[in-house]
Design a protein around this ligand. Structure first.
Ligand code: NAD
Ligand code: TYD
Length: 364
């Protein structure tokens, strides 16, 4: 069986990928993760007795550690999920984003290149470096503009998107300059089990359950394309197996929704699954001060991966959102683990000022 070195595998998408990879025996997994605030080791608890899974705590920017792991485990695939991934945090502290997303990816590429150069020709041909990226690198769309294609020019607007764009360019350069067999995927917003509740969907589910305000930025009409995380993981595996090296693949759910529509759907599901007498969850919806530089609309044209690799998302938004809400309702232990002191500090930092603005607005 192949060995995959997965980075950032204790986070949201990485943990879903690893669980699926082990369940379907895609590969043995070495998971390198720094265990930042965004990770929750409980996500991978089910693998504690799995001899095909090894966890290593460390930083993708630690080139000596990466070199050592590559020598020790001889992976044929590296999948880079590791990143600082939250736009609002990138507004407060962009430095962490530059460090991990740009410098870290560079160090990972350097270690991969020297490892790959020493492999036999056969192993060199099999080797893949898959960099998991985002549609946010393409910037913001107007309401009638066509969806992002692989050749849409990069126009990142947030520090998060800018650092992901920088890392995508480095990966591209390592293919063109050194011949490293790279693949890049740019995916739309993911949702599903095990997502840290700083992101829209889990934040709204948990705030609603705690009867806290549901903070909708601006007018709530910003549009995101939502993809169920398991569909993303399947797409990544197909790209690894059949993607053409040096290529980029856009991945999306063909599912554009305004934020307001998403929050209303969550409230409707909770009214069914966790009803409270004389109470409607949508009464918690609260419009708050907008995010600076807030991208208006993302939309993905995924016809390339559909045509070349026969990929299709299996989950529709209603079924995926229902599964997601059910997962959070059944995994309150996981939730408790992440709602620790540092999470509360973030909530204070991101929302206190917005609430102050809101109450001023509400009074006037
Ligand atoms: P996440 O924030 O949930 O998880 C990131 C993981 O990376 C965490 O476990 C964290 O501990 C780890 N990490 C951070 N810095 C590290 C470092 N220097 N070295 C090693 N590990 C480190 O992120 P996610 O939502 O799972 O996203 C994974 C990847 O997919 C990211 O690269 C992100 O840009 C990309 N992506 C995410 C989405 C989305 O909607 N979540 C959509 C498209 C692309
Ligand atoms: P988010 O989940 O942070 O993902 P991204 O910014 O990477 O798309 O946010 C999704 C959308 O939801 C985005 O338009 C911002 C909005 N949003 C809110 O309205 N309120 C919130 O509390 C959060 C976290 C996000």
């Amino acid at each position: 069986m192949q060995t995959f070195l997965v980075t950032g595998g204790v986070g949201f998408i990485g943990s879903n990928f690893i669980l699926k990879a082990r369940k379907e025996l895609w590969a043995n997994i070495i998971n390198l993760d720094k265990l930042t605030y965004a990770s929750n080791p409980q996500s991978l608890e089910d693998l504690q007795d799995d001899s095909g899974y090894h966890f290593v705590r460390g930083d993708i920017g630690d080139i000596e550690l990466i070199r050592h792991l590559l020598e020790q485990y001889q992976p044929s695939v590296i999948i880079n999920f590791a990143a600082e991934s939250h736009v609002d945090r990138s507004i407060f502290s962009p430095q962490d984003f530059v460090q991990t997303n740009v410098v870290g990816t560079f160090q990972l590429l350097e270690a991969s290149r020297t490892y790959w150069e020493k492999l036999s020709q056969n192993k060199q041909e099999q080797f893949r470096f898959l960099h998991v990226s985002t549609d946010e690198v393409y910037g913001s769309l107007g309401s009638t503009e066509p969806a992002f294609r692989e050749n849409t020019p990069y126009a990142p607007n947030s520090p998060y998107a800018a650092t992901k764009a920088g890392s995508d360019h480095l990966v591209r350069a390592y293919y063109h300059t050194y011949g490293l067999p790279t693949l890049v995927t740019n995916c739309s917003n993911n949702y599903g089990p095990r997502q840290f509740p700083e992101k829209l969907i889990p934040l709204m589910i948990l705030n609603a359950l705690n009867e806290k305000p549901l903070p909708i930025y601006g007018d709530g009409q910003n549009i995101r394309d939502w993809l169920y995380v398991v569909d993303h993981c399947e797409a990544l595996y197909l790209v690894l197996k059949h993607g053409r090296i040096g290529e980029t693949y856009n991945i999306g759910g063909n599912n554009e929704q305004t934020n307001l529509a998403v929050v209303k759907k969550i409230c409707a599901i909770l009214n069914e699954l966790a009803p409270k007498p004389d109470f409607c969850y949508s009464s918690l919806m609260t419009f708050v001060k907008d995010r600076p530089g807030h991208d208006r609309r993302y939309a993905i044209d995924c016809s390339k991966i559909v045509k070349e690799l026969s990929w299709q998302p299996k989950e529709n938004f209603d079924s995926g959102l229902l599964k997601t809400v059910q997962w959070y309702l059944s995994n309150l232990k996981w939730v408790e683990q992440v709602e620790s002191g540092t999470y509360q500090t973030w909530i204070q930092q991101n929302y206190t000022d917005r609430e102050a603005v809101l109450s001023t607005r509400a009074k006037s």
